[in-house]
Design a protein around this ligand. Structure first.
Ligand SMILES: *[C@@H]1O[C@H](CO)[C@@H](O)[C@H](O)[C@H]1NC(C)=O
Length: 126
């Protein structure tokens, strides 16, 4: 019995970081970037969003190669909120097809990861 509890604690500690992900979103203007970042944090869909200005994006759209100045948003949130975050961004983003991609967080400062969990909504209790 005791070993089961011990195993459970080990599993919970080892997997705490897997509960969180980083989401990358690109957008055209600083005003739109701030609107998205604030909205995500206000709705507890992300605990923290960094806005990285000055990126250049080169991509093919409808057969034509484009080169645009954009900004990159890096949001950190619970992995279980990715679908809800994605729908929210799609509803509030000016592009027809917006970039929203996620990568799992595989480690790091557990205090920071706890901060991410503390400041995002718990989708399981809704
Ligand atoms: C997270 O919340 C718990 C419970 O309220 C608190 O004890 C802890 O200090 C918080 N941690 C961070 C990093 O915010």
């Amino acid at each position: 019995m005791v070993w089961k509890v011990w195993l459970y604690i080990c599993f919970a500690m080892a997997s705490a970081h897997k509960a969180v992900s980083a989401i990358y979103i690109t957008i055209n203007t600083i005003e739109n970037a701030q609107m998205l970042a604030r909205g995500l944090v206000e709705n507890q869909l992300a605990a923290c969003v960094n806005i990285i200005p000055g990126i250049q994006s080169i991509y093919k759209w409808e057969g034509v190669i484009n080169q645009d100045q954009e900004l990159l948003l890096m949001a950190k949130t619970r992995t279980e909120l990715i679908d809800e975050l994605t729908s929210w961004v799609k509803r509030n983003h000016p592009y027809q097809v917006c970039e929203v991609i996620s990568v799992p967080i595989t480690g790091g400062n557990l205090d920071y990861i706890q901060f991410l969990l503390n400041n995002t909504k718990d989708a399981s209790i809704e």
